[in-house]
Design a binder for this molecule. Structure first.
Ligand SMILES: Cc1ncc(COP(=O)(O)O)c(C=O)c1O
Length: 318
């Protein structure tokens, strides 16, 4: 593999820059389980205000296990008509329907941005049915930058919002859950039960504050770079963008079976110094982020154009 690798597997691979590390180095810390870490307190106040919510909670990871009922959307985008009749009856044999959860941008939907009017319609339906509405906004920052719609406007229809600092924003760890003060007080308890209470984690929160100050606007660059790579995929026979449009920094694509498998495409690109992620037998994802420059996106696009036509059947795979 060439010595300088262009890593498009995920936006979680970003590494803290020297400036971010400097901010971490001087972060004031305290015991956050006692609410005494000033840097975490500052981050939580800042993010809640940014998203127009009362309070926020910094957590090591934004994923948790709940009983889910998923629906096939249009690349992750649900229409309100799909929700009708889906609330489970109030019956002791069934889990209670309590929450509708959307994702914006939608990872498996190809980085799709949820149309705000669809969210507003779902919000009205959800609240009319006494359910809460949550958004997994791990990549909400990308939707904000791509549309120019403010964070508060995106978040207004939701009771709770989670955002992530360790993807496009480039911080090493953490997400923030946002909502009413009462909800966040309960979430703090649940975080402790899950083993997520952290002590002097202000060094991590400092990286998140640095990311909020420095790494949001530049996401537009990731979106431009994603389009460069997407164009190479669209131009390459045997590869197909799926979805066909690239809204943000995620590029999901499919390889024709006569070209080989997704794993063959990964291997061929890896030999040319480009890492992409096989998400299924024929499906792949490439992702642009802070650690991929415009020049590297061009290089990756060239590698795709060169590598894939050589992936022909019967052993001639480069
Ligand atoms: C859409 C989405 N939501 C939430 C998460 C959770 O992120 P973390 O565990 O880093 O907070 C991920 C991580 O990959 C994600 O892709």
């Amino acid at each position: 593999m060439p010595s300088s690798v262009i890593d498009l597997r995920s936006d979680t691979v970003t590494k803290p820059t020297p400036a971010m590390r400097a901010a971490m180095n001087v972060a004031e810390v305290g015991d956050d389980v006692f609410h005494e870490d000033p840097t975490i307190n500052r981050l939580e106040e800042r993010v809640a205000a940014l998203l127009g919510k009362e309070a926020a909670l910094y957590v090591p990871s934004g994923i948790s296990g709940v009983t889910c009922r998923t629906f096939e959307g249009d690349f992750g985008i649900l229409d309100i008509t799909q929700l009708d009749g889906k609330i489970r009856p109030n019956n002791e044999h069934q889990v209670r329907t309590r929450l509708v959860c959307l994702e914006n941008t939608h990872n498996r939907g190809g980085g799709r941005i949820y149309p705000l009017e669809k969210i507003q319609a779902i919000s009205a339906w959800t609240h009319a049915n006494n359910l809460a509405l949550h958004v997994d906004g791990a990549r909400l920052w990308n939707a904000i930058v791509a549309t120019g719609i403010s964070a508060q406007e995106w978040c207004k229809p939701f009771d709770s919002v989670s955002v992530c600092f360790s993807k496009g924003l480039g911080a090493p760890v953490g997400s923030a859950l946002n909502g009413s003060r009462e909800f966040i007080t309960r979430a703090r308890r649940v975080r402790k039960l899950f083993g997520g209470g952290m002590r002097q984690a202000g060094v991590l929160a400092a990286a998140c504050l640095y990311a909020l100050d420095n790494n949001i606007h530049r996401l537009a660059e990731d979106h431009r770079n994603a389009r460069v790579i997407a164009q190479a995929i669209a131009d390459t026979p045997g590869l197909r963008l799926n979805p066909p449009e690239v809204d943000t920094n995620l590029i999901w694509f499919e390889a024709d079976a006569d070209l080989g498998t997704a794993a063959d495409v990964v291997t061929s690109l890896q030999k040319r110094g480009v890492l992409v992620f096989a998400t299924g037998r024929q499906f792949l994802r490439a992702c642009t982020h802070l650690d991929v420059s415009a020049a590297q996106a061009e290089q990756a696009a060239d590698a795709i154009r060169q590598a894939v036509p050589r992936l022909t059947p019967a052993g001639s795979r480069a």
